[in-house]
Design a protein around this ligand. Sequence first.
Ligand code: MG
Length: 181
Amino acid sequence: MFNTNLKVHSKEVTDATYAALARRGVTIRDIAEIVYDVQSPYSKGLTLEHCEQSVHKVLQKREVQHAVLVGIELDELAEKGLLSEPLQQLIVSDESLFGIDETLAVGATQSYGSIALTTYGHLDKEKVGIINHLDSKDGKCVNTFLDDLVGSIAACASARLAHTVRDLEERGETLETHAFI
Ligand code: MG
């Protein structure tokens, strides 16, 4: 029997999200570097630290956390050969028509609006930074979901920054005078 009334504490979900990314070799700095690449042409005074702060903010969102936990769990189960066929092979081979990895990643961008969605599309196409490394199939690791999740987190963090920069501009300010955003 399952205890359907037991609520999972937010901290447990947040900790599990950070742990899952770390287990898969993705650092906050890796994601922040993608954000910097996307956002620096439009954001005067932008630093990697601003980008890291934005990534941390995105990783507090339940929608994003749930997507990360589901996607990484499936990658890890596939890596151990624990899924049933044909799903096992579809995920291991990152079958081009599979598409659920992208669907999950797009779903996670929804709380950050259209800028996050279009930025995700750009990152998925251009394979910026660690996304390119994760996307390459070496026959040892399964990162079918992870590359898209990293793109999604970076896209959300970029969208957050774009809105923050606009708010500052309206007050006649830039990121140069704000160490924390
Ligand atoms: Mg993928």
